[in-house]
Design a binder for this molecule. Structure first.
Ligand SMILES: Cc1ncc(COP(=O)(O)O)c(C=O)c1O
Length: 388
């Protein structure tokens, strides 16, 4: 879905709903320059403001009705100083992990303008995740309005350096103090910002551990939702992979223990010597990644055959060994695109292409995505959204 003019207008109207509460401790320009340009890590420094909206379900005696039946409303749109939030120790999110989140970025172009990349897809995905976690959906215009309002307020936080950006983390938490097992009737939406360098850089291919002990999703589970539990469950396998010298974990499907799904926070692509590219199809267990969608469309634009299909790990390893697979890469908002030079597990360890050089297709896709985001490559699909 691209943003049409009506949705664009509604988003701009929604910005007006956000009351701005000034941050008396906001950083000075000099402090800011130091923080944003000095950023070489991911998600450790936070901008001066955050957006907030509150959801309350309508009063009801029948608390076991679903939120769709009970109904409710979002109110109190505000952009407030970034700071600790206060919730009850009994808040449902702290006990049952009822929360969902998103990840986007704001980019500063050479002319100083600030842009978002396909933010309407973050809005629809937040609501798809919310639906799976029995959280209320947030109107798309409020989501987009919050991003525009808070990024505008923090425009000085978007790094000038083209290799950096302002990471945007919108999230919904079940804040109702209630220990019973039902969907919470009070929910808070926040959007916080953090100047970042790329999570991983597309300089040299990295090694990936294919997990055969741990799985991140199952049929009917929450794999396709961007919810904290999936990421908490990926921390231990990630630690094991790091301890073996690998950068990330590639997960297989839990039912067959055979089909490639995705990395803990990125989508997977394999490039074949005959020129075609394969990526696991969206099977309801993997995230509908915005970068994945964009890569698929760009490959098509480039006249490259892209198959969204089932990729068995046994065949993939054989194809790597026989030289049929010449490149592999992972992609996501945080890391953009990065090359994979090795896949290993308990029973294989195979090198893909030249271990020291990023493959041609990987590099070309990386440059196209980053170029579109930064305004140096024509945005023929109208993916970029100007904030200011
Ligand atoms: C599990 C998972 N897969 C893929 C991605 C990449 O998604 P996107 O391109 O929308 O950032 C992410 C990152 O958000 C993720 O968490």
């Amino acid at each position: 879905m691209e943003l049409n003019s009506k949705e664009y207008t509604e988003a701009l109207e929604a910005v007006k709903k956000f009351k701005i509460v000034q941050n008396e401790d906001a950083k000075t320009s000099a402090q800011l320059a130091e923080v944003t340009e000095g950023t070489n890590s991911f998600g450790t420094v936070f901008a001066d403001y955050m957006a907030h909206i509150k959801f309350k379900a309508n009063p009801t005696d029948d608390t076991h009705l679903g939120l769709d039946e009970i109904g409710g409303s979002w109110s109190g749109h505000e952009v407030v100083p970034f700071g600790n939030i206060s919730i009850s120790p009994a808040a449902a999110v702290l006990h049952y992990g009822q929360e969902v989140f998103e990840g986007a970025k704001a980019y500063k172009r050479a002319d100083g303008s600030i842009w978002l990349f396909r933010p309407e897809l973050n809005a629809t995905r937040l609501n798809a995740s919310a639906s799976r976690l029995a959280l209320p959906s947030l109107p798309v215009e409020d989501f987009l309005g919050s991003l525009i309002a808070v990024v505008k307020q923090c425009n000085q936080w978007v790094p000038d350096d083209r290799s950096k950006s302002l990471y945007i983390r919108p999230f919904l938490i079940a804040s109702e103090p209630f220990l019973g097992m039902r969907a919470a009737h009070e929910v808070d939406y926040y959007c916080i910002l953090s100047p970042v360098a790329s999570y991983l850089k597309a300089t040299k291919p990295v090694g990936i551990w294919v997990s055969k002990d741990y799985y991140r999703s199952a049929p009917g589970g929450t794999g396709a939702a961007k919810t904290g539990g999936n990421y908490a469950a990926s921390l231990k396998p990630a630690e094991l992979a790091y301890s073996k010298g690998f950068s990330q974990v590639l997960y297989l499907d839990a039912a067959n223990k055979e089909n490639v799904e995705e990395l803990g926070g990125m989508s997977f692509f394999a490039v074949y010597s005959d020129g075609h590219v394969e990526t696991p199809s969206l099977n309801g267990q993997i995230l509908d990644s915005i970068t994945r969608r964009s890569v698929v469309e760009l490959l098509k634009d480039n006249g490259i055959q892209i198959d969204e299909t089932t990729i068995g790990i046994t065949k993939l390893v054989e194809d790597i060994k026989s030289g049929k697979v010449v490149e592999a890469f992972a992609c996501g908002t945080a890391a953009v695109v990065f090359p994979i030079g090795r896949l290993a597990s308990d029973d294989f360890n195979v090198q893909i292409g030249n271990p020291d050089v990023t493959g041609e297709v990987t590099m070309s896709i990386y440059k196209q995505i980053l170029g579109i985001q930064m305004g140096t490559v024509p945005d023929t699909h109208n993916w970029c959204f100007k904030v200011m």
